[in-house]
Design a protein around this ligand. Sequence first.
Ligand code: NAD
Length: 340
Amino acid sequence: MVVKVFVNGFGTIGKRIAMAVMRQDDMKLIGIGKRTPDFKALVANKLGIPIFVENEDEAKNFEEKGLKVVGFVEDAIREADIIVDAAPKGIGKKNKGIYQQHGKKAIFQGGEEESVAEVSFVAQVNYDKALGKNYIRVVSCNTTAISRVIHTLRSLSPIEKVRVVLVRRAADPWEVKKGPINAVIPTLKIPSHHAPDAKTVLGDIDIVSFAVVVPTTIMHLHVLNVKFKEQVSESDIWNALEEAPRIILVPTNLKLDSTAALIELARDLGRPRNDLYEVMVFGKSIRIIDGELWMSYAVHQEAIVIPENIDAIRAAMNLTDNPEESIRKTDMSLGVLKRL
Ligand code: NAD
């Protein structure tokens, strides 16, 4: 079965999802929903990706700028088996009405509230819970990273508590109007929204998160502290992380010791758009001190949720009930690495 996918929204996340769908042999991209006649629409035209717009006025607006449009969003929704909504934060909830009206399944992004979907999703944690569901929320970049890491660590021992400090990029690289450009801003709400969001995937764990925003655009970085209920060694942690999908242990003896170095690595590996789909754990940062784990990892906010969106489509459409099979297929298609 080949599933017909419509990606509604072609920004940072949507354009990556659309390209990833095009790489799957069990999916067909029928097109993208686009609001703004900008350079991203020009790219879609050049790549032969059909653009659907809201109405006649929008179509005219695109055509006046020399951009080709093939139809209206509602036509695409009608034609699709499933919609991946990649509209800005909060808009997905508004878009849901039209998906429901046409009886179509939909995948939402992490900017939406938990209540938009039946399940908050990270493939290696709860693929099974998403099987056959009509509405799935792929959680945010930070929550995806926390969920992958904590799910892996708790396979070693039950966890007593998790404390995590998130050093957040201020904006995505193309966003010129966001900041700060010369300040570090602590999020004064503690826990930050990340801890409760992680519980939507991991269940009821003791987790507190604290976030600061810094003037960088390339990646987030987390500092993680975990207290286990049983004794766990540094090599146990090393081995578990090395075996887990979509987590890479970064060898720090190769000067891969910053977010800048990691993005340079992605460039040198020829990754499209420098995308790092994996949680990049700084190997040398893994330390057990007084029985508690400390470690640090980097998260490429623009890319980490892309494999999850592909797996969410497979789960919703029952393309396979085997999470490992979907993860393997997605990872092969995107060139996700197990180790460097
Ligand atoms: P973006 O602003 O880069 O892209 C959103 C796109 O949707 C734009 O092209 C916009 O024109 C279009 N759009 C506007 N209104 C629309 C509508 N009514 N219907 C369809 N499309 C519409 O945003 P983004 O960063 O790609 O974020 C999308 C979602 O992904 C959000 O929920 C966000 O929280 C989540 N997310 C973002 C990141 C990130 O780092 N950027 C990471 C993980 C998850």
